[in-house]
Design a binder for this molecule. Structure first.
Ligand SMILES: NC(=O)c1ccc[n+]([C@@H]2O[C@H](COP(=O)([O-])OP(=O)(O)OC[C@H]3O[C@@H](n4cnc5c(N)ncnc54)[C@H](OP(=O)(O)O)[C@@H]3O)[C@@H](O)[C@H]2O)c1
Length: 248
């Protein structure tokens, strides 16, 4: 039976590690075509080669999501090579948390550029194709931090709240085009995400928290697969999940 994943062309930003990489592996195993974007292109190529060797179809494209032309090229390449885009997974992100009073203003800029503008550029790149196709699916990655604000994480939380606001607006606007929209908000999942924290005391605290509670990245990949695999008339708009151990 078709799983409604097989044959779909899925573009994934931030596919070089963590949640994006795990999702590429799972969807490829479910016979999706995966188009992988991130800056560390050697890692993407290695992953694409591995998936291709297993009989999958995968394409790796160097992409910096803060550059709108890069994101357009990523999506346009998927359409040129595979004829369409069925899913745009706007996943690239970083989390250099620190109290506001430490004035890590470059990090604020970076989070806004990657976590918010990167998602917007993904929408801008995918939407024209999906409108024309009269179908498609945006999956935008928020966080528990998109539902709660924590002291020391205000900017990261703000970016993840923004992802949810943008996704809800998008959901309503794309109804005429038969496009689905899903927000996925994970709790702590074991990835390289805490590596983006530059303040040693904050890094220590968050690494300890992740060590205690984080769950493997395929938990996220299964949530993505669940949303995609629903019949086309079912639009899973939001998934919030946490490790069972996580209180926050
Ligand atoms: N892990 C968690 O606990 C958790 C919880 C909630 C939400 N999230 C969200 O999940 C998403 C994925 O994070 P992760 O946990 O998988 O962390 P990760 O392992 O650090 O992966 C982050 C990915 O984003 C990419 N990226 C960063 N800046 C980029 C840029 N300018 N252009 C293109 N790609 C860029 C990285 O690739 P390159 O460095 O190669 O470019 C990498 O592939 C993020 O949006 C994060 O906020 C994670």
């Amino acid at each position: 039976m078709n799983n409604n994943i097989e044959g779909k062309v899925v573009v994934i930003t931030g596919a070089s590690s963590g949640l994006g990489e795990a999702t590429a592996r799972l969807l490829s195993a479910e016979r999706a075509v995966v188009v992988l974007g991130a800056r560390r292109v050697e890692r993407l190529k290695k992953l694409a080669d591995e998936l291709t060797a297993k009989g999958g179809k995968a394409l790796a494209i160097a992409t910096d999501v803060t550059k709108r032309d890069d994101v357009k090229k990523l999506v346009d390449s998927a359409v040129e090579k595979f004829g369409r885009i069925d899913v745009m997974l706007n996943n690239a992100g970083l989390m250099p948390q620190a109290p506001l009073e430490r004035l890590k203003i470059d990090e604020w800029d970076r989070m806004i550029d990657v976590n918010i503008k990167g998602v917007l550029y993904g929408i801008a790149a995918g939407l024209p194709h999906m409108k024309q196709q009269k179908g498609g699916h945006f999956i935008n990655v928020s966080s528990v931090a998109g539902h709660k604000v924590v002291a020391g994480g205000a900017v990261y939380c703000a970016t993840k709240h923004a992802v949810r606001a943008l996704s809800e607006g998008l959901r309503m606007e794309v109804k005429p085009y038969n496009i689905r929209t899903t927000i996925i908000s994970p709790g702590a999942v074991a990835t390289e995400l805490p590596d983006s924290i530059t303040e040693p005391d904050v890094a220590d605290r968050i690494n300890k928290f992740y060590k205690d509670v984080a769950i493997p990245a395929d938990s996220f990949a299964r949530a993505v697969a669940f949303a995609i695999s629903q019949p086309e008339d079912v639009d899973i708009n939001e998934i919030l999940f946490r490790p069972t151990r996580q209180e926050l």
